[in-house]
Write a protein that binds this ligand. Structure first.
Ligand code: ASP
Length: 339
């Protein structure tokens, strides 16, 4: 009797494990985020929530279409999804970028190809309509990884990207955020307090994807943070901090208090735990996020995806705009826990 059970054990185990595996169409192929700076659930009007859901859904569909095109790559999907979010004006990237202390927009973006580990990034730009496309152009059409300011803009113009006036990035919402941050700063000074805290409006966008060949890609695009010093650059364009992709581990895009994500090299830390400690994507990502310094309101969040289509989307703020699409075309968008 025992002997029979022992002999059947491998069969029972394989059947059980197969049952745990997802069907190929349920594998996630694209995950996006629109920043971990959502206001508290009770402060989010239904109408606005619907706009965000629609914006995320549109970005997912654009990314999915790019993947489905003949020869479509994960890099195509990441760029397509992020471009939609940059153009929407809803998120703190592209059109909706926030203002620095000078009342100017300085945009940053990066992209990475998990197969080749090629990467491109731009920072401190205000004349390129789609910073993510500029990052991709740096990766593919220059011998460099990172271009900043006027040089990045000249390069983008030369390779034929769409250029805009800096005024294109003016939006009422971002201007209001700046005014509020200025007023809060004055009050702090008036009361003799000094603070190094940054306003918690994390609306950066990001995408991670895996294509039919099992190649990963990641990208992130941002207007930075409201009321920062001119010239400040956060984690989003930094490979290994805000963005990273490598087929051996995962593709990851972060959002949150950039200074912390840079100091803790969040993206590369997650990749290293998967690669060298054999941790699951979910555990590695959660442990790294849990290990970051705590701040009132939380420090941010991230999305990750591996070649098998396992994903994570986690945050320690009130909410993170996010969504994913499966190989079978099912989409899911959410802002809060249990959405
Ligand atoms: N991480 C971005 C930055 O610090 C901000 C964000 O995620 O919204 O520039």
């Amino acid at each position: 009797m025992y002997r029979l059970a022992f002999l059947l054990l491998p069969l029972i185990l394989t059947t059980f494990l197969r049952g745990q595996e997802r069907a190929p169409e349920d594998r996630v192929v694209l995950v996006i985020h629109g920043g971990a700076g959502a206001p508290d659930r009770d402060k989010m009007p239904l109408e606005i929530k619907k706009q965000y859901h629609a914006g995320l859904e549109k970005a997912l569909r654009a990314g999915q279409a790019a993947l489905q095109k003949a020869g479509g790559t994960s890099i195509d999907a990441v760029e397509a999804a992020i471009k939609v979010m940059e153009d929407s004006g809803l998120f703190n990237a592209g059109k909706g970028a926030v203002f620095n202390r000078d009342g100017r927009n300085e945009l940053n973006a990066s992209i990475m190809d998990g197969k080749t580990r090629q990467a491109g990034a731009v920072a401190g730009i205000c004349r390129i309509r789609n910073p993510i496309s500029a990052a991709r152009a740096v990766m593919l059409k220059s011998p460099h990884v990172f271009l900043i300011g006027e040089g990045a803009e000249r390069f983008a113009r030369d390779v034929g990207l769409e250029m805009v006036s800096p005024l294109y990035f003016w939006t009422e919402g971002s201007w209001k955020d700046l005014r509020e941050a200025e007023a809060a700063d004055k009050t702090r000074h008036g009361s003799g307090q000094t603070s190094r805290a940054l306003p918690g409006h994390f609306g950066t966008v990001g995408a991670v994807a895996v294509d039919g060949r099992g190649n990963l890609a990641a990208g992130t695009s941002t207007g930075g943070l409201t009321f920062v010093f001119p010239g400040r650059v956060g984690d989003s364009p930094i490979i290994g901090a805000g963005t990273y992709a490598e087929n051996d581990s995962l593709a990851v895009s972060c959002t949150g208090h950039g200074e912390i994500f840079m100091r803790y090299t969040v993206a590369i830390d997650i990749a290293a735990r998967i690669k060298y400690k054999n941790e699951s994507l979910a555990k590695a990502a959660q442990d790294v996020l849990n290990g970051l310094p705590r701040e009132p309101g939380g420090v941010g969040g991230l999305i990750g995806l591996d070649r098998q289509g396992h994903m994570t989307a986690i945050y320690n703020t009130s909410g993170m705009y996010r969504g994913h699409v499966t190989a079978g075309g099912k989409t899911n968008v959410a802002i809060y826990d249990k959405d």
